[in-house]
Write a protein that binds this ligand. Structure first.
Ligand code: AMP
Length: 210
């Protein structure tokens, strides 16, 4: 089974590119942020436990997220391979992932500066039903506030406020940059300029996967 890992700060475009990879190739998108939002919305036991972290821009405890990912990759629909969006985000999560077998792994780092990230996140809206992401400046839906893909309403994420974004960026620097450095050290990290427009980034990723 092939595994693709997308790295990048919040707002670097991981979700958008993972969506494109899923549509073009036979990989399933596994977004840990989406998995978390589903649990929080359902107000499940686990959802109640993790909301206190995710609502503040903090990382959910490693053991919870590792178990969620482990369960998800064992589902029958991910047999053709999967693309990870938002995982691993800590070195402990790297350890957790290392025991999940993969025949081949491609790691991609979507590099983008912090000013661009904040601007992008503040203009981001997403579908409350399918998670499809739009941007009120650069990636408008065809109909105002309606998802092109499924017709549901577009909303802003609760954690997309300026204050929480700043916290998420600090967490990214402290916890996730070491993970990216680790993959860079292994020599199999593809680094892309993700400040470019979506389609330019996409054609580079597509080229890597063909
Ligand atoms: P995202 O949609 O990837 O920006 O994730 C939204 C929030 O979910 C993050 O701010 C964290 O609270 C939580 N989260 C997502 N992925 C992870 C992860 N791999 N480890 C811990 N927390 C995560």
């Amino acid at each position: 089974m092939k595994r693709i890992i997308l790295f990048g700060a919040p707002g670097s475009g991981k979700g958008t590119q993972a969506e494109k990879i899923e549509r073009e190739f036979s990989f399933r998108k596994i977004s840990t942020g989406d998995l978390i939002r589903v649990e929080v919305q359902k107000k499940s036991v686990i959802g109640k436990k993790i909301e206190e972290f995710s609502s503040k821009g903090l990382l959910v405890p490693n053991e919870i997220i590792i178990e969620m990912v482990n369960n998800r990759v064992q589902s029958s629909d991910v047999k053709g391979g999967y693309v990870l969006d938002g995982f691993p985000r800590t070195l402990d999560q790297v350890k957790g992932l290392s025991i999940v077998p993969a025949d081949e792994e491609v790691a991609v780092f979507l590099r983008v500066d912090e000013d661009t990230i904040v601007k992008r996140i503040l203009s981001r809206v997403s579908c409350e039903n399918c998670g499809n992401v739009f941007n009120t400046i650069s990636q408008l839906p065809v109909r105002v506030n309606i998802c092109d893909q499924c017709g549901a309403a577009l909303t802003r994420r609760n954690d997309d406020t300026e204050e929480i974004i700043k916290k998420r960026i600090v967490v990214y620097r402290e916890e996730t940059l070491p993970v990216i450095n680790f993959y860079r050290g292994k020599g199999n990290l593809h680094e892309l300029d993700a400040s470019l427009d979506i389609n330019t980034v996409w054609s580079e990723i597509r080229g890597l996967l063909k």
